[in-house]
Design a binder for this molecule. Sequence first.
Ligand SMILES: Cc1cc2nc3c(=O)[nH]c(=O)nc-3n(C[C@H](O)[C@H](O)[C@H](O)COP(=O)(O)OP(=O)(O)OC[C@H]3O[C@@H](n4cnc5c(N)ncnc54)[C@H](O)[C@@H]3O)c2cc1C
Length: 438
Amino acid sequence: MTEKAVIVGAGMVGLAAAYRLARDGLDVTVVDTALSGSGASTRNAGWIVPVMSTPVPAPGMLGKALRWMARRDSPLHIRPSLRPDHVRFMASMLRHCNSRDYQHGIAALVALNERTVSLFDGYQQDGVRFEYHRTGHLLVFRTREAMHAHRADFAPMERIGHTAAALSGDEVRDLEPALGTCVRAGLRCAQERHVDPATLVTGLEQRCRDLGVRFLHGRHVTAIRSQGSLTTSVLAGDEEIGGDLFVLAAGVHSGALSGLAGFPLPIQPGKGYGFDDTSGSVQLRHSVYLGEAKVAITPLSGRLRFAGTMEFGNSDSTVAPHRLRGIIRSASEYLPDFPPAPQQHPWAGLRPMTPDGLPVIGPLPGKDNVFVASGHGMLGVTLAPMTAEILSAQIKGEKHDSDIANTARPFSPQRFARRGTGNQRFAPRGTGKRPAGL
Ligand SMILES: Cc1cc2nc3c(=O)[nH]c(=O)nc-3n(C[C@H](O)[C@H](O)[C@H](O)COP(=O)(O)OP(=O)(O)OC[C@H]3O[C@@H](n4cnc5c(N)ncnc54)[C@H](O)[C@@H]3O)c2cc1C
């Protein structure tokens, strides 16, 4: 009999999983609170950037955030809060801001990104319709020192064919004449891609429907029913949706949702902001990262998208004008023709963050048939297709696929059951017995 999979969350990660499991021949239902895409997946910078396989907790990162606390428009902000989950999360992240964990995180993310570009190409070849650009990525800097520091971080990505070629300021301007003379160095990453994320979400959902996936939009999952270690259904209002296996891909809500299944994961929001400029005052071909300002710029059909800011401790979706002003001010410094005027239709998005900066992919401790796919932070679009490959292998129980098992290991939810990871009070319940998964 065909196995029935229920996926909670129709963001990029849930959709990539639905697509992959439907291709595997499973009977897939996707449940989402929103009537149409509302999570971080529809509005973000849209970069497909394996070259940026670096975890957010990095040596010196929290020190930088503390120095920036007084600046209202800083690109990184930790909101002071005594909420226990926030304090526990930040303390755990602080413990991961060291060189050993950072290098471990890079190695894990590089392996996870090895097939990313070919998986996106595969979407296109399979008829997923989305706006897809292959023009490459540019990182630009005011100093050569900043460029070299980034280049050193990117060295491990060369193994998977994602190189970063050093450029002078003039060479950068030969590629993108709109950049001003404050830019003194750059890195060109020719293998990187970018997408219009809203078209990708719509295109993937449409392709999933073609493959027979059922979508239940406007249903908010409030309970997970289990018998011992086996989950039998999720409840959305009065509706009970039964299945043989369940995937929790609810973005920033995945922590609360996994709690309903007995194992609350430490997933907290990292808030970002953005807007689209349709004035045509600046033209770019590459996606561009303004290195010191930490602003992302993406050329999309008929507009330039600007995005940035990482704010911890803030989970609402309101747009803070001062954060937006920080992005606009930085953009006009690097792009002399960009008007430093208020922009229309700004937005905010919540990235699902983990304290170690790595996604959470795999079986939920204490449950035999519940899988998690979340916590992708700044790289959820980039990493979604490979996340789905891992889930597919784990669900099929391909024990012999040692490559994928090794790639998946650092992302296991099980790591939050160990002492000292910031989640030790959340010990798993149930037997932990697994079907023939990895
Ligand atoms: C400013 C900004 C720029 C970014 N730029 C990039 C980029 O360039 N490249 C990149 O790779 N990543 C980028 N990201 C990160 C990326 O957007 C996220 O990592 C990714 O979208 C997360 O996808 P998701 O599917 O896990 O979550 P989401 O997109 O948030 O989807 C989760 C879904 O779950 C649903 N849901 C939640 N709770 C429930 C419930 N109880 N019941 C039913 N449904 C529920 C929600 O309605 C939502 O639709 C950026 C993020 C931001 C904020």
